[in-house]
Design a protein around this ligand. Structure first.
Ligand code: G4P
Length: 524
């Protein structure tokens, strides 16, 4: 197959949701339908159990097996589907945001009874920012739900995206009868408590009395609903979906395998293959001859005796070939990978080559960091892996003076892995660790001790946000840094960051230094 054919049959995406909406169940069911797994439960064991917020051992357990489910690739109907797993736990949302930089589209799962929840909005914001095409799957129709029109209205308003239902539910909860598939004009009937594959009944004449035979009294309501749907929503515009402006909506019940087949069939048809990617220097076309890619995730082994890691590389252009010489642009070093891995059906295997859209695992002993660009020699830099201002900040102190070297190495490597962010005060050199949630501090302390034989202590500090600063006026920037010297820090890449104690302090700084822009992300 030519490169072009290989690229066009690839579908690389992530499933995201607010916790408990059904992301894990849907992932698993897609794998079942795709023939990648044969029993349910494979992904479930990777999930952080409920009530585990204070139990970081659970996180460790999860980390041990999550490498297998980081990427789940399978062949389906001539397509190569790659599902990228994202942690459901909100303390690890930055991990999720980074994974979203490596996908070509996203499926957002929404609980039909709860509608849009806070985490759904945050995830959608990231997709909107990157113009990632989004499909919405409304789940748990087997339970009582909100009114469908109201639900769609909420989704459109809260997610700030136009929507277009490609299927329509017939009743809900105990009365749920199934869905009418607007996309291919068929009726899918739901059988309560039967976890079985549904069959599509071709049905384009909704006025036929046959409809009553299938769904009884619900037929009238369905006709009325669909009349309204056809009146309100224009026909599905594929280009608008690909541009990230329009989200097609499907309904179903992941638990009962209902609506999954039609979701998967529509997904492979409409979801995009790998798109062009912007680097600082130029737009990279996936069909370019030369290989390029970037590291979006680093997974450290939990075996403390073997400090090996896997760097996950998204192939963006050309063809990756095992044992070829490639360049790590950041350091200028060249290297070859003799045992690159791919993840098919949850099995890790050594591969000979990979195409745009694929994720390749590079065995790594600490030379890669998140955001690294790999090329055949060209000095390009992929954009779009920003750091976001953490929510919690603490000073990290050495609790065992004999182990300073180990501590520094451990902190460095954990930060390269993206576990948290490190800032160094320009005033006194103290190290500050910033995280999204408390859980990360516990993970850091535990891993420093078990993997690096180092002990640390965290000291609380009052901090509002880390602000990356920018100005077109170098004089003003220098004056600001001088005046705020005590509050200036350097991030891991050497960029200047203003550490604002409070919203008030930030507002003051903003009104005083009008030509300085303060950003809550490292890329602007
Ligand atoms: P998440 O990854 O988004 O956090 O959600 P997950 O799939 O783990 O689903 C959360 C809960 O919702 C699970 O129940 C799951 O079985 C249930 N669920 C998922 N899809 C559906 C659906 O279509 N209908 C119904 N009724 N329930 C659904 P749990 O009791 O919390 O977990 P478990 O004991 O079943 O594992």
């Amino acid at each position: 197959m030519s490169n072009q054919t290989e690229i066009r049959r690839r579908r690389t995406f992530a499933i995201v949701s607010h916790p408990d909406a059904g992301k894990t169940t849907l992932t698993e069911k897609l794998l079942l339908f795709g023939g990648a797994i044969h029993v349910a439960g494979a992904v479930k064991s990777n999930k952080i159990k409920k009530g585990a917020t204070s139990d970081f051992m659970e996180i460790e357990r999860q980390r041990g097996i999550s490498v297998a489910t980081s990427v789940m690739g399978f062949e389906y109907d001539g397509y190569k589907v790659n599902i990228l797993d994202t942690p459901g736990h909100q303390d690890f949302q930055e991990d999720t945001f980074r994974t979203l930089t490596a996908v070509d589209s996203v499926i957002i799962v929404i609980d039909a009874a709860k509608g849009v929840e806070p985490q759904t909005e945050k995830l959608m914001n990231v997709c909107r920012m990157r113009k990632t095409p989004v499909i919405v799957f409304i789940n748990k129709l087997d339970r009582p739900t909100q009114d469908t029109f109201e639900l769609l209205d909420d989704i459109e308003r809260q997610l700030q995206i136009s929507i277009n239902p490609l299927s329509w539910p017939i009743n809900n909860g105990p009365e749920f009868k199934g869905v009418y598939n607007i996309f291919n004009k068929s009726l899918n009937l739901f059988k309560a408590n039967v976890q079985d594959i549904e069959t599509g009944i071709s049905f384009d004449d909704l006025n036929s009395s046959e409809l009553e035979k299938h769904i009884g009294n619900d037929a009238r309501k369905l006709r009325e609903d669909l009349e309204l749907v056809y009146g309100v929503f224009p026909p599905f515009d594929h280009d608008e979906y690909l541009a990230g402006n329009l989200a097609p909506v499907f309904f179903g019940s992941a638990l009962y395998n209902f609506g999954i087949q039609e979701l998967l069939d529509a997904f492979v048809k409409i979801a995009p293959w790998p798109r062009s990617v912007q680097t600082e220097e130029r737009l990279i076309d996936p069909e370019d001859d030369k290989f390029s890619g970037f590291v979006f995730k680093i997974h450290a082994n939990i075996d403390p005796n073997h400090r090996s890691r896997i760097a996950f590389v998204k192939v963006c252009s050309g063809k990756f070939i095992r044992n070829s010489m490639y360049k790590q642009v950041r350091t200028g070093k060249t290297f070859r990978i003799s045992s690159p891995t791919a993840f098919m059906a949850s099995q890790k295997e050594i591969i000979e080559d990979a195409y745009p859209g694929d994720i390749v695992g590079f065995p790594d002993n600490g030379s890669f960091i998140i955001g690294d660009t790999i090329s055949e020699g060209e000095d390009i830099h992929f954009k779009g892996l920003p750091s976001f201002s953490p929510e919690l900040f603490k000073f990290v102190e050495n609790a065992d003076p004999m182990k300073t070297k180990q501590l520094n190495k451990g902190v460095d490597q954990l930060m390269d892995e993206g576990v948290a962010q490190l800032f160094t005060s320009q005033f006194n050199g103290r190290k500050i660790i910033g995280t999204v949630g408390q859980l990360q501090f516990e993970v850091i302390q535990y891993r420093l001790e078990h993997e690096y034989n180092a002990k640390c202590r965290f000291e609380p500090m009052q901090m509002y946000k880390a602000c990356w600063i920018q100005s077109d006026n170098p004089k003003s920037l220098a004056e600001f840094k001088n005046r705020k010297h005590q509050k200036m820090a350097t991030d891991k890449r050497g960029r200047d960051v203003f550490m604002a104690d409070s919203q008030f302090i930030l507002d003051m700084a903003q009104s005083e230094f009008k030509d300085i822009r303060f950003h809550f992300t490292s890329e602007f």
